[in-house]
Structures are given as structure tokens and as C-alpha cells.
Write a protein that binds this ligand. Structure first.
Ligand SMILES: Nc1ncnc2c1ncn2[C@@H]1O[C@H](COP(=O)(O)OP(=O)(O)OP(=O)(O)O)[C@@H](O)[C@H]1O
Ligand code: SF4
Ligand SMILES: [Mg+2]
Length: 365
């Protein structure tokens, strides 16, 4: 949730031209412009030949304000992790720019990139495989601090980090396999915090955890944000988690954003057929509403990102698909209402009810 602006460090010495107009707005910490990550598909034993590409992220633009939590949702394989990694330049984007506090991260040479890295950290999707099993927690935490020139002597900072994520000091001497899933995720969060970041990209921070433990880890993230003024991009496929934690939400489908709104607006009035289908699958606590509500069933599998459909990428599964435009023209993410963007040629007609879904629509009674 939004808090006061984080005290930011001086920018690396970069030309003023690298500051975009939008990020001169002091409110914006992260600005992503038309970013693409296309993984080459290679074939051949003797001659290495590129025979195609996986269009994992294919033109995403978004901005995140300081102190805000931006949730990213979408089905498995839609490109969430790839987008998160590209934002932090843990993988090289194929095209597009990422501006962090006005600095174009994609253009940075190794030393300025190293300097800026400690300000943007990632909590990885799988807590076990992202922690080196041969390193103690102390050594895991100190590794990043040393790399960024943060003093590791004395141990007080390490104790403070553990206490911030709710782990006892005795954890320092232990190894990742000695912890539960929830505790390991806390270690992952402490590792990110160790270098004093302003932005944390948390990739499915609770999806591997039991529901009761999920709430505890979410509370840790929220408390840290309140105390430190952190900015979060939280990736999750669980809509309930995203709704709870996010100020704004972006819905991804096959490498692109199809809708973006405040959490409240998205859940109250989703505009894109894909968002509607996703939300219609979330159970409602009120049994009367739950029994009478409509579920929008999507037909067909998620198409391969190596061979995405033409036009609107959702047209092969869309219950509102129209004979014109849907399979030929790719809709652009456009502001439909203040702060609410959607990429659908027929968003207005669908919202007004002028168009109704013509495919399977099942009432759950
Ligand atoms: N290094 C890579 N080389 C080739 N293809 C990749 C690579 N990394 C990811 N992909 C492909 O890119 C697409 C997007 O993957 P990504 O992991 O970003 O999705 P995701 O939304 O995070 O999925 P999940 O919810 O399962 O974590 C997938 O089709 C995946 O197979
Ligand atoms: S553009 Fe057409 S196919 Fe795509 S979501 Fe809108 S109605 Fe469906
Ligand atoms: Mg992922």
C-alpha cells in the first residue's frame, strides 16, 4: 500500500537525456516501455540455427509509483517471471526500456548497473532452489551485502534483518534445508532486504506455501513496506492474494497486458473478457451469491507463446469474439476510464451489455 517516498540515493552519473518525461514525475519509481523478451528457438547439431522465437514478453508498458504495490496476474506461462527478470535486467530484454528512478537500466554499463542493482531486488519464485543449499543463512545474507559494499561486521544488521522477517537469530547458523517453506521464503525476503532496496519484485512469494503460512508471509511483506516505504511488484497467479496485497493490478495474457486497474476497480468491474473469465472462477464467500453467480468458461488451451494467434491474442478463446477485427488487429492497451486500461476492441460494447458472450456460459446451480 502507498506510503511516503523512499529516501533515494544520488543517481549514477548519466546524461539528462536518459530521464524520460514521465519519470521526471517524482511519484514514479519504475517505468517499463514496450518491453519485449523473445527467446530464440535453436535447432541443429552441427550448425546452430534459430528456427523461431518464444514471444515470452511481447510489448509491455507500465509504471509503478513509489510505495505502491503493483500486482501481476495471469496463467502459467504468460510471461510473468520473464517480465520480472527483464525489469531487473537479470535477463536482457530484446527491445524496450526500463527506467528506474529515471535511469534507463537497459543502457547501463556493468559498474553503474552494479551500483543501481542493490536498489532493485527480486524474491524468487521457488524459495528452495533459489537458496544455495551449501551456504548458511549468514553466508547467504552476507554475500549480497559484500557485493554491494555494505559492512557485514558486528552482526547487528544480520540480526535486525532476521527479526524484520520474523526469524530467530539462531537461524543464521542453519542451512536452507533445515527450514520449512514459509521460513525459506522469509530468508529469501531477508536476502533481498539485506542490500537496502527500494523496489522488490516478488515472484509468486506465497504460492508454494500452505494457506495459513501464506497470510503470515504476506503480513511480513506488508509490515516491511509500511516501515521502509518499499515499492513492490508482486507476481501471483492467485487472484485472492493479488487482490489483498495490491494497489493496482495488471492482467497478463500471452506476453502482454490485457487490462490494468486499481485492485478495487478490477475486481468490481473487470472489462477484458479474459479478466472476466479469471475472476468468475474465484469462489465468493457468500453462499447465495456463490450459487447464483455465472462462470465464464474458457474453451481451448493457452496457445503457445512460440506461435501466438494473430490479431487479439485472446481471440481463440474469447466468448465475445467478433467476426471483424478480433483475429486481424491487435488491440492496444487504452485508457477506458481514469486509471483503467484495457486491450479489447469491443470493451465499451461488452461493458454496456450491447454484446453478450456467444459461447459456453455456465450458471453454477
Ligand atoms: N530461458 C528460456 N528459454 C526459452 N523459453 C523460455 C525461457 N524462460 C521462459 N521461457 C518460456 O517463456 C514463456 C513464459 O515463461 P515465464 O516463466 O515467464 O511464465 P510465468 O508466467 O512466470 O509462468 P508460471 O506461472 O508457470 O511461473 C513460457 O512459455 C516459457 O516456457
Ligand atoms: S478484441 Fe475481440 S477477441 Fe479480443 S478480447 Fe476483445 S472481443 Fe475478445
Ligand atoms: Mg513464473
Amino acid at each position: 500500500m502507498e506510503h511516503g517516498a523512499h529516501e533515494s540515493e544520488p543517481l549514477p552519473d548519466l546524461p539528462a537525456a536518459e530521464l524520460s518525461a514521465a519519470t521526471k514525475d517524482a511519484e514514479i519509481l519504475l517505468e517499463v516501455n514496450d518491453i519485449k523478451v523473445h527467446f530464440p528457438i535453436r535447432k541443429g547439431v552441427l550448425i546452430d540455427k534459430v528456427v523461431g522465437h518464444v514471444y515470452a514478453v511481447d510489448g509491455v508498458s507500465l509504471a509503478v509509483k513509489r510505495g505502491e504495490t503493483y500486482g501481476l496476474v495471469g496463467e502459467s506461462g504468460c510471461g510473468k517471471t520473464t517480465l520480472g527478470r527483464a525489469i531487473l535486467r537479470l535477463i536482457e530484454p530484446t527491445a524496450g526500456s526500463v527506467l528506474f528512478d529515471g535511469v534507463n537500466v537497459a543502457d547501463l554499463k556493468p559498474e553503474p548497473l552494479r551500483q543501481i542493482r542493490h536498489r532493485m531486488q527480486m524474491v524468487f519464485q521457488d524459495p528452495l532452489s533459489s537458496l544455495d543449499p551449501r551456504q548458511s543463512v549468514q553466508s547467504i545474507l552476507e554475500e549480497g551485502m559484500r557485493a554491494h559494499g555494505i559492512a557485514t561486521t558486528g552482526g547487528q544488521r544480520l540480526r535486525d534483518l532476521l527479526s524484520a522477517v520474523g526469524l530467530p537469530t539462531s537461524a543464521l547458523r542453519k542451512f536452507p534445508h533445515e527450514f520449512s517453506g514459509g521460513q525459506r521464503q522469509r530468508i529469501g525476503i531477508a536476502r533481498a532486504l539485506a542490500v537496502d532496496p527500494e523496489l522488490i519484485v516478488a515472484d509468486e512469494p506465497v504460492s508454494a506455501l500452505d494457506v495459513s503460512v501464506q497470510a503470515q508471509v504476506i503480513n511480513v511483506l506488508e509490515d516491511l513496506q509500511a516501515d521502509l516505504g518499499l515499492t513492490y511488484v508482486v507476481i501471483a497467479h492467485d487472484l485472492a492474494v493479488v487482490r489483498h496485497i495490491s494497489d493496482r493490478v495488471g492482467v497478463m495474457y500471452l506476453g502482454a497486458l490485457v487490462e490494468e486497474a486499481t485492485s478495487a476497480d478490477l475486481y468490481a468491474s473487470p472489462l477484458h473478457p479474459y479478466s472476466r473469465a479469471l475472476l468468475s472462477a474465484v469462489p465468493v464467500p457468500d453462499p447465495v451469491v456463490e450459487d447464483s453467480r455465472e462462470r465464464i468458461l474458457l474453451t481451448g488451451d493457452l496457445p503457445s507463446p512460440a506461435n501466438p494467434p494473430t490479431g487479439c491474442r485472446f481471440h481463440t478463446r474469447c466468448p465475445w469474439r467478433q467476426p471483424t477485427k478480433c483475429d486481424t488487429d491487435r488491440p492496444v492497451l487504452t485508457e477506458f476510464a481514469p486509471g483503467h486500461r484495457v486491450a479489447c476492441h469491443y470493451a465499451a460494447e461488452i461493458a454496456s451489455g450491447a454484446l453478450v458472450p456467444h459461447q459456453v456460459q455456465e450458471s453454477v446451480i
